[in-house]
Design a protein. Structure first.
Length: 244
């Protein structure tokens, strides 16, 4: 990763308070700069504010104080249409809960974001099948999400998040409900997305075993960033060759 990579998302002095009670302070004057091509992990115990921060920089929640910038444009001064464009094309988000439509098969669930923007039937299905093939899920395209394992569902969610080719990806505890082997498989796919496709990745986790995947780890506690750690071994690592 080159040092001159530009800032794509920035939180400036972001505070989030859910009521007037001081104990409800989820974030306290958090400032964070995210550069293009980075793999960042927000790390800390449950309730430390990492998921709240992710939701705010995505635009799902408004901060009580502070600002969020997307390429130097204030996120919360965007119109509803502009914010919708951000969510459809610029930032993909894989939530803890996948929210699949149970009456649609895997292929149609992956197609949904393309359907919402009116892309023709054949072209959206072609793109969806391409993604399913890349994630070794093409044989499950006609099955329903509830018929798949947790790891397979996670990969379907990954495919759906990529259908409009966003340059920035957010992940909220992507391995939280998976066994270790499946979790490592998902992490390797996310790392490949960062290295090969040059996507910016911001991921929330409480599992310390995944920290070495990140260029930068943001340690959070009680709604604050308490330290940052750079993984200099990865900072300038070129994309590895595909194994055959």
């Amino acid at each position: 990763m080159e040092r001159e990579h530009y800032i794509v998302v920035e939180a400036r002095n972001v505070t989030k308070q859910y009521s007037s009670v001081s104990e409800s302070m989820a974030l306290k004057e958090v400032t964070l700069k995210i550069r293009s091509g980075e793999f960042i992990i927000l790390f800390g115990p449950s309730g430390c504010g990492k998921s709240t921060l992710l939701n705010i920089i995505y635009g799902l929640e408004r901060p009580t104080k502070g600002e969020v910038y997307l390429r130097e444009k204030k996120l919360f001064e965007m119109s509803e249409r502009e914010l919708d464009e951000v969510h459809r094309y610029k930032i993909g988000y894989v939530f803890q809960q996948f929210s699949f439509l149970r009456n649609l098969n895997v292929l149609d669930n992956v197609c949904l974001p393309k359907m919402f923007i009116g892309e023709p039937f054949n072209s959206r299905r072609k793109r969806a099948m391409q993604l399913l093939e890349e994630l070794h899920l093409d044989q499950f395209s006609r099955r329903y999400p509830q018929e798949l394992s947790g790891g397979q569902q996670q990969r379907v969610a990954l495919a759906r998040s990529q259908i409009n080719n966003p340059r920035i990806m957010f992940f909220d505890e992507p391995t939280g409900n998976l066994d270790k082997k499946t979790g490592l498989h998902v992490m390797n796919m996310i790392r490949k997305m960062n290295r090969h496709s040059k996507k910016t990745v911001v991921m929330v986790t409480h599992d310390p075993s995944y920290l070495d995947y990140a260029h930068r780890v943001i340690y959070m506690q009680d709604g604050q960033i308490i330290k940052e750690k750079n993984n200099h071994r990865l900072m300038f690592l070129t994309a590895p060759k595909e194994s055959k």
